[in-house]
Write a protein that binds this ligand. Structure first.
Ligand SMILES: [Zn+2]
Length: 174
């Protein structure tokens, strides 16, 4: 089995839009499992297939335990925002594809999303707060958008220049 690796910015494959899956079959379920495995290993809250160089609209999220209640991992294919609230929230975000950088991003506070679950069943979910933020972050990935795109031009420029420099510097070690 091919071992999947997380792409990091400025890899151009992160800016490529993913295509919808026809249905959630065994191959898509396997991809969901692999994404979960890498996400847990890297201690992320979410991971989109684009981040491992697979351009299918598949993403997974696990917020871990929230206020004593275990969170059931959310496995999504073809997630689509049906509605977003006019009210926004400001959340500090990070990303496994932009390692070491965190910044506050403003996004809608509440959303409604539709997706196909691991059994190919169409689901609709209303989310707010951190979950709403994560879902929007992962859908962005499927559209080839990194969270730093939501920052001001100047902040984005500073982060991407640093990332380019770091990549040059570590090239020999990878
Ligand atoms: Zn991310």
């Amino acid at each position: 089995m091919k071992i999947l690796e997380i792409l990091t910015a400025p890899d151009p494959r992160l800016l490529q839009k993913a295509l919808p899956v026809e249905k959630v079959d065994n191959s898509v379920r396997k991809l969901m499992d692999q994404l979960l495995e890498i996400m847990y290993f890297k201690r992320g809250l979410g991971l989109a297939s684009v981040q491992v160089g697979i351009h299918k609209r598949v993403a997974v999220i696990d917020l871990g335990e929230r206020e004593g209640v275990p969170f059931k991992p959310l496995l999504m294919a073809n997630p689509e925002l049906l509605w977003v609230s006019p009210m926004t929230q400001r959340t500090e975000e990070g990303c496994l594809s932009v390692p070491g950088y965190y910044a506050e991003v403003v996004r809608p506070l509440e959303i409604r999303v539709s997706y196909l679950d691991e059994n190919n069943k169409k689901q609709e979910l209303e989310a707010r707060g951190l979950l709403a933020d994560c879902i929007q972050h992962e859908i962005d990935h499927l559209n080839g958008i990194l969270f730093i795109e939501h920052l001001s031009f100047l902040k984005r420029k500073i982060i991407s220049n640093k990332l380019i420099k770091e990549k040059k510097y570590t090239k020999g070690d990878l």
